[in-house]
Design a protein around this ligand. Structure first.
Ligand code: SAH
Length: 464
């Protein structure tokens, strides 16, 4: 430690607490610093900076108030290949000291690479608030049990799984609440049943419509634990980052040249769970809304495997919210249909008469390709050509576009503005209740109804 003032005192205190033997080299030594010699191993060399001391050190801290001395200390440290930290002087540092939160064996370090120490301390304060007070006790508990766990469970995967269960569940709850005896008892019971840690599980998780912030906390939690992730085309890449780095990510959607059949997905799912893996089946939107989640659950339950289902924000709800369309409204819409423009079985038709009933809002998935037929059938079954419609394309993503039109004009307009899948078609009076300016991506609104009234604004719209 080169320097003997307030800063040197603070840093020396921390070093002593960490068990270091500290040599303080300074012309003048603060009284508080001197007192540290009573609690730890501190020696004082009260003279000007002495380079030979550097050669014997493991770490050097330059904490004088004189920048030139600090620079000289740093240069000497470099010559001797000793790590050096110059306080508040990034250029003369070969390492920086992060702000740390310490609870027993648990240390959290926050670094801003030296660019904003005050920010680092703010973050540290936030983490301090977040961490349970007894988190150190939890680490100590784990430390005590590690040898026994290693003996009882043969594979790394079994052990990881056990610890995840411990930290996520009742056992950690006991430790954090100070009920150590209960925690030990439960741990003994758990190790008596080592097979529990080998059982595979399937989690059907809705990833939401695109924006990663719209996934549920539970979904994120399970995704972060999975050994294998089976994901679809509509799952945003951002979301896959929540998976563990070692997790096996398998794309099971459609892409040119390769298309996974539902049977193949089902059997991969079942086989992986049977092999003892934790499989996260990640689906766009909600697993049970046009997601064939029902068929996967059937396969799992027939095979007698454990599963959990986590709902997601389905495209219709997300697109309506992001386009400002209230799906129900006391004055305009009393029911919502989630439907598609085609039937489940080839050749069969949806119940158009039911779909066309006034007073309901229709939210139709997978409707872009059959837009002309859908619009025609709804009109043939009694919905007026003037019924308001909106298509939300790539809802909730930065590419979101909203096209407003009427039942009579929607198909032509969708073709003119090259609307593509994925998109949801909304039909009904509630569409007209959306504010003129949507709150999200207002610059990407195409209002064909307004354009029909004022064709001079057409040019700008086409540029969109
Ligand atoms: N399970 C999903 C639906 C899968 S079917 C869910 O609950 O949302 C695929 C259809 O969903 C697409 O054809 C489209 O109609 C709709 N869709 C999915 N994501 C969308 C998005 N971000 N924007 C608009 N429509 C979307």
């Amino acid at each position: 430690m080169v320097g003997g003032g307030e800063v040197a005192w603070r840093k020396t205190t921390q070093l002593v607490e960490a068990g270091a033997r500290v040599v303080v080299n300074a012309l003048q030594v603060d009284d508080r610093l001197r007192q540290l010699a009573e609690v730890g191993c501190v020696r004082f060399v009260e003279e000007i900076f002495d380079e030979t001391l550097v050669a014997e050190a493991v770490l050097v801290i330059a904490a004088t108030s004189d920048p030139q001395t600090n620079a000289a200390v740093s240069a000497a440290a470099r010559r001797h290949r000793v790590l050096c930290n110059a306080v508040d002087d990034l250029q003369n540092c070969s390492f920086i000291l992060p702000a740390t939160v310490q609870r027993g064996d648990v240390t959290v370090a926050v670094s801003t690479a030296g660019s904003a120490p005050v920010l680092a301390r703010r973050i540290k304060a936030q983490i301090e608030e977040m961490l349970p007070v007894r988190i150190g006790a939890l680490a100590a508990f784990a430390h005590r049990w590690r040898p026994q766990v290693k003996k009882a469970l043969g594979t790394i995967r079994q052990r990881r799984r056990l610890w995840e269960d411990v930290f996520d569940g009742e056992i950690a709850g006991h430790v954090l609440a100070g009920r150590e005896a209960d925690a030990h008892r439960r741990m003994t019971e758990r190790l008596a049943r080592p097979d529990d840690a080998a059982r595979g599980q399937a989690w059907l998780v809705g990833a939401g419509p695109g924006d990663a912030g719209l996934m549920t906390l539970r979904g994120k939690e399970l995704l972060a634990r999975a050994d294998v992730v089976l994901y679809d085309r509509l799952v945003a890449k951002d979301i896959l980052r929540f998976a563990r780095r070692e997790a096996e990510l398998v794309f099971v959607g459609k892409r040119p040249g390769e298309s996974w059949t539902q049977e193949r997905i089902n059997s991969l799912l079942v086989e992986s769970v049977r092999a003892g893996k934790r499989v996260c089946r990640l689906k766009g939107g909600d697993p049970f809304v046009f997601g064939r989640g029902g068929e996967e659950v059937e396969a799992l339950s027939k095979a007698g495997l454990d599963y959990e289902i986590v709902p997601g924000v389905t495209a219709a709800l997300a697109c309506a919210a992001y386009a400002g369309i209230p799906l129900t409204h006391r004055s305009a819409a009393h029911a919502v249909w989630l439907g598609t423009g085609h039937a489940a079985v080839d050749g069969a038709e949806p119940d158009w008469a039911a779909l066309a009933r006034g007073g309901d809002t229709l939210a139709l998935y997978m409707s872009v390709r059959r837009l002309p037929q859908i619009a025609a059938r709804l009109q043939a079954n009694g919905r007026a050509a003037s019924t308001l419609c909106a298509i939300v394309e790539n809802g909730t993503t930065p590419q979101q576009r909203v096209l407003r039109a009427t039942l009579g004009s929607i198909a032509d307009n969708a073709a003119r503005y090259a609307i593509e899948s994925p998109a949801v078609l909304f039909v009904g009076d509630a569409v007209g209740l959306a504010p003129q300016q949507p709150w999200f991506a207002p610059e990407r609104l195409i209002d064909a109804n307004a354009l029909d009234a004022d064709p001079s604004s057409l040019q700008t719209a086409i540029q969109l």
